[in-house]
Structure formats: structure tokens, C-alpha cells
Design a protein around this ligand. Structure first.
Ligand code: ZN
Length: 201
């Protein structure tokens, strides 16, 4: 097997690759990710994250999302899978939305695939509305979608949910999702695989 990022043969090169086990990335590539236990309050809720968003993480995420390299789906949670399953035991995983157009272009739901390795229940109850889609809508409808995110009428949310995303940059998507959930009696956690440095103390 070869490293999914740099193509180096795994398991034969260095001792470190042999002990790293099933990681689809070689140790050199993995070392470039800035692993860190990140935890802070976002809109009054506990947000946890596992990496500082940097060039190496960004490169991998772009290859996975924009170039639709599905083989990379498991690299993002690989190092923290057991931890994630323990911390969010009993929670339903709620994926943050991509715009409808993006999903169509990509042909697969990248976040769902990323979190499927947890074996936990996953739902995608949100719809992201591009600002251009708002033209021609009624005033009431425009008001409802001003945050850009709406909850599907048929969404089946459990009492304990964790909002999941690949990264937090400005936090606007998460804020929109929380707005869409406003008024519901839910226990909400938030997990983003990586976090922009601006969120770090
Ligand atoms: Zn590599």
C-alpha cells in the first residue's frame, strides 16, 4: 500500500511506518498535521477539534473534496477514532451542509463519508442555500433563509446531537445551523476535525 498523499510505499520504508499500523498516510505526511486537543466554547456550546488547520491539512482536504479523491475519506478521523466514539457515545452525528450545487458537482457527500468510519448514526438534516438561489423568493421565505441554512421539515433529530464539520473558519455555517435549530430542546455538541488558528488561545 502507498501513502495516499505522497505515494511513498508504506510498511517497507521506515520502522516508524511499520509501527504506525493501518494509517493510510505515511509518518512524514502525518507529522505535518498539527495534532492538538482543542476545546472551547462556541455560542455557549462545547466545541472540540483535533487539528490546527494548516497547509498540510488544507492540501489533503482539497484533494478529498475538490478533486473528489474518495480514497482519503478515512484519514481525517483515523488518529482520533476511538476518542471520538468515546466522547460522543450515544450522540447522533449531524453533518453540516455543503451547498446543493457543490454536492452535485462532487457526486458524493464528503462529510458523511468522512464520518462513516465511526459506525455511528449520521443524518444530514440541513440544506444550504446559495445567496443566488434567494432571488425571486417571497419576503417571508427570504427571511427564513437569511442565515443560508434551513432545517428540512422531515428531519429526525435525536435528543443528543453533535454537529460535525471538517473545519471551523469563521464559524458562520455553524452559527447558521444553530439558528436553524433554535427553540428545539436538544443537547448539542460540536466537533470540527480542524480549527483555524484564530480560535486558539
Ligand atoms: Zn506520505
Amino acid at each position: 500500500m502507498r501513502c495516499l498523499m505522497c505515494g511513498k510505499e508504506l510498511g517497507y520504508g521506515s520502522l516508524s511506518d511499520i509501527i504506525s499500523g493501518e494509517d493510510p498516510l505515511c509518518m512524514d505526511c502525518r507529522r505535518q498535521w498539527r495534532k492538538r486537543q482543542i476545546s472551547f466554547r462556541f455560542e455557549g456550546l462545547r466545541l472540540r477539534s483535533s487539528y490546527v488547520y494548516n497547509d498540510a491539512f488544507s492540501k489533503c482536504l482539497i484533494q478529498y473534496k475538490e478533486l473528489a479523491d474518495e480514497a482519503l475519506k478515512d484519514v481525517f478521523l483515523y488518529e482520533n477514532l476511538r476518542w471520538f466514539q468515546r466522547v460522543y457515545r450515544g450522540y447522533q452525528l449531524v453533518m453540516m451542509p455543503s451547498s446543493f450545487q457543490k454536492i452535485q458537482n462532487r457526486g458524493f457527500s464528503h462529510l458523511r463519508k468522512m464520518f462513516e468510519c465511526t459506525g455511528m448514526e449520521i443524518i444530514e438534516p440541513f440544506i444550504k442555500i446559495d445567496s443566488t438561489d434567494q432571488k425571486g423568493k417571497s419576503r417571508i421565505m427570504r427571511h427564513a433563509i437569511e442565515s443560508g441554512i434551513v432545517l428540512r421539515a422531515d428531519a429526525r433529530l435525536n435528543e443528543k446531537i453533535v454537529l460535525c464539520d471538517d473545519t471551523i473558519t469563521t464559524g458562520s455555517t455553524l452559527r447558521g445551523a444553530l439558528k436553524a435549530l433554535h427553540g428545539k430542546q436538544l443537547k448539542i455538541g460540536i466537533y470540527t476535525v480542524s480549527a483555524n488558528y484564530r480560535w486558539l488561545k
